[in-house]
Design a protein around this ligand. Structure first.
Ligand SMILES: NC(=O)c1ccc[n+]([C@@H]2O[C@H](COP(=O)([O-])OP(=O)(O)OC[C@H]3O[C@@H](n4cnc5c(N)ncnc54)[C@H](OP(=O)(O)O)[C@@H]3O)[C@@H](O)[C@H]2O)c1
Length: 266
């Protein structure tokens, strides 16, 4: 017999995209909490209709490019008393698709850590509550209990922040990685001359290039808010190049010092 949630009590959680990555991480997390967890991927697991019928909470955790289509598939099958949520790195389009395609409660969720992270302790998790109030305290409580810093905001604000924290950041990493690979120096040669700052940067580059390049590519290309930041970045590079051409150390120092106050509160 199908168990139903009463007053936001959850028994079964379905995770579409729970066979790998972030979805698998949350599948293990919810299992450890004692919930019945059902996962699916493209070729395995429960079909969407059964998942929507059986589960009190359905989580969509598929690559960004597939997210809207998957939400539109599951949404119409969701119960009114259930929760539809996602883990997508952008929030505007997935939350809008969840609201349009279902009658259930809707919360957009973005864990600001990856599946290599051991625990939620000290990590940030963004929530965008979008419809209903049956589930928000359940979700807040379970995340906070594991030490997450829960930040609640709108999808628009989230995506603007992610254009900087992820979009601009990973754009910079990809450009640096490509430049290194075209520099003519091998990594083993560079490693003989590595400083701590360079070693730290290499670790980040290795993560972006070798773990899940598609994810980073989607984070950079699919956020409509990223354009102005990349334009600004290109202008800054042009300005910096100018100081190099003129061998103008003073000008470069001045450029850095003018911005130092911004970082002093960090
Ligand atoms: N990785 C991170 O660091 C991270 C952090 C925060 C948020 N996120 C978000 O989490 C989501 C998943 O990212 P990920 O890195 O975990 O991806 P991933 O490692 O590539 O895993 C994707 C999952 O989705 C399934 N899948 C792919 N296409 C599907 C489809 N059309 N229908 C149903 N299932 C499908 C895959 O299952 P099969 O291969 O078995 O089909 C797999 O379980 C993305 O929205 C991403 O923005 C990722």
């Amino acid at each position: 017999m199908v168990e139903r949630q009463k007053n936001g009590r959850c028994h079964h959680i379905g995770i579409i995209g729970g066979t790998r990555g972030m979805g698998e991480w949350f599948a293990r997390f919810f299992e450890k909490e004692g919930y019945g967890v059902h996962v699916s991927g493209r070729k395995t697991g429960m079909n969407v209709k059964d998942m929507a019928e059986r589960c009190d909470v359905v989580v969509v955790s598929v690559p960004m490019g597939a997210t809207t289509a998957v939400i539109e598939e599951i949404g119409p099958h969701m119960r009114k008393d259930a929760l539809l949520m996602d883990l997508t790195s952008l929030k505007r389009d997935p939350v809008s698709a969840m609201l349009t395609s279902s009658v259930s409660d809707v919360i957009g969720c973005h864990p600001l850590f990856g599946p290599q992270t051991g625990s939620m302790e000290g990590q940030h998790v963004v929530l965008c509550p979008a419809r209903g109030d049956r589930w928000i305290s359940w979700l807040r409580t379970i995340l906070s209990k594991h030490g997450a810093h829960v930040v609640e905001t709108t999808p628009d604000h989230h995506d603007r922040m992610m254009a900087i924290v992820q979009g601009l950041n990973h754009f910079n990493t990809v450009a640096m990685g490509i430049a290194l690979s075209q520099s003519g120096a091998t990594l083993s040669e560079l490693s003989l001359f590595s400083t701590p700052a360079f070693k730290a940067k290499l670790k980040i580059i290795e993560k972006v290039f070798c773990r899940n390049p598609g994810l980073y590519a989607e984070i950079i290309t699919m956020n409509p808010d990223i354009g102005p930041f990349i334009e600004m970045y290109a202008r800054i590079i042009a300005e910096m190049k100018n100081f190099i051409h003129k061998q103008d150390g003073e000008g470069m120092t001045d450029l850095i010092e003018k911005r130092a106050d911004y970082f002093k509160s960090a």
